[in-house]
Design a protein around this ligand. Structure first.
Ligand code: GLC
Length: 416
């Protein structure tokens, strides 16, 4: 990657801007409080967005607000434990989002990467509020057990998603094959396929095994995030003296790690799979770095992965890491999740690099992320070559950059 020459803004200035957006995007409904990703483009509550928000709120010392964000997120949990990826808070009618017929009025009927345990642990580590931990634990316990059962009905220890949107990367080319779409496609074609899946889900009564007949991707980041969060769940359960739960979650994390090695790993890269019998989807997207976040590699293989791909081999654009490698047919500098840089994916990569003590690379990601914000503000995503801002404005995810300044989590586990 070419060196960035622009000046990187100070941490203080960054914090001030982030706080402004977080307060501007704050909403409430009755006693609940949550943050919308962007007032104009995304006026509801989203699952992994709220997790990112809570992380950001902790970093700007609004810890009580972080707790409120999480409590509103779990308030619409389904009986079976699923947490929907969107909560409309009765505002659906005012927006075009009502075109999606989820089969329920107030929420969607699919989920998103389960980042909750990571966030709850971070909050707890900040102020040791055991009451909060105790209150939210039953929700988390039900959620992770739902994921482990409903999304792995054939018990191969890999988690499946039933719709691309569950990955949080709605239009990513990782899902093209499973959707039956070519590498070059229009947003309308892609949307039509995803709408079809929503109606299949209604017919399936929102049940994973049935949905696996229509769409079943065992996605690398989703599994990686599940592993890491199961480990956090184990710590949370341990803190609450729930020894059996603590062991259970750790064992499950380990089983997924092994299954990922067995079914996804080839030539030192983890590939997502599609269909019930796992078929690898060999397409280079940012996901290839995500296993670092859950420490799936030993030190030597992590170094090999980074030496082969990070800032090179299609991931060598000037502004951070593109979501899709530039030498892929599907790469589209203006596409939605098909090339542009997103701060959240940079954040996962940053976290992973820190796990392995690769501080110089991590610093480069942090600088590239800050430089994007300095250049164009808090946009949804960015042109990886020019840094030009794209999509929603005053979009909250840029706030994750501040978490890259939080050195308290800095450690080198030297995992083998
Ligand atoms: C888009 C993104 C998704 C996000 C949502 C709200 O759908 O793809 O990841 O949760 O917007 O920001």
């Amino acid at each position: 990657m070419e060196e960035l020459t622009i000046h990187v803004m100070t941490e203080e200035k960054l914090k001030k801007e982030i706080k402004r957006i977080m307060l501007k995007n704050r909403q409430s409904s009755g006693t609940y409080q949550y943050t919308v990703p962007s007032l104009s483009s995304y006026p509801f509550q989203w699952l992994w967005d709220s997790c990112f928000h809570a992380i950001i709120l902790v970093n700007i010392h609004l810890v009580e607000d972080a707790k409120k964000e999480m409590l509103s997120l779990v308030s619409h949990q389904f009986k079976n434990g699923m947490i929907p990826h969107m909560i409309y808070w009765n505002k659906a009618k005012e927006h075009d989002f009502s075109v999606v017929k989820w089969g329920r009025k107030d929420t969607s009927t699919i989920t998103q990467p389960p980042m909750l345990a990571h966030v709850v642990w971070k909050i707890f580590k900040n102020d040791n509020d055991k009451e909060f931990l105790q209150n939210i634990y039953p929700n988390l316990n039900k959620l992770y057990r739902f994921i482990l059962s409903d999304r792995d009905p054939r018990k191969i220890n890999l988690i499946g998603i039933i719709d691309p949107d569950e990955s949080g990367e709605d239009n990513s080319p990782r899902f093209d094959k499973a959707l039956g779409l070519p590498p070059q496609q229009s947003q309308q074609e892609n949307f039509a396929k995803r709408l079809q899946l929503v109606s299949d889900n209604v017919k399936c009564h929102f049940e994973g095994r049935c949905m696996s007949n229509f769409f079943w991707v065992r996605d690398v980041p989703f599994n990686v995030i599940t592993i890491r969060n199961l480990e956090y769940m184990s710590s949370i359960a341990n803190e609450l003296h729930k020894k059996a739960d603590s062991e259970f979650f750790l064992t499950q994390a380990d089983l997924i790690k092994r299954a990922m090695k067995k079914y996804m790993l080839e030539d030192n890269v983890y590939w997502s799979t599609y269909k019930i019998e796992p078929n690898k989807i060999k397409l280079k997207t940012w996901h290839i770095f995500s296993p670092l976040y859950a420490r799936l590699y030993n030190q030597e293989d992590a170094k090999r992965l980074v030496d082969t791909y990070l800032f090179r081999g299609g991931f060598d654009t000037k502004y951070g890491i593109p979501t899709v490698a530039t030498d892929e047919k599907s790469y589209d500098v203006n596409g939605f999740w098909r090339g542009p840089t997103w701060i959240a994916t940079n954040w996962f990569i940053y976290k992973g690099l820190m796990e392995y003590g690769m501080y110089d690379y991590a610093q480069k990601i942090k600088d590239a992320s800050t430089a994007l914000i300095e250049k164009c503000g808090f946009r949804e995503h960015f042109n990886p070559d020019t840094g030009e801002g794209q999509g929603a404005k005053d979009f909250t995810w840029g706030g994750l950059t501040i978490d890259m300044y939080d050195e308290s989590e800095r450690r080198f586990s030297g995992f083998k």
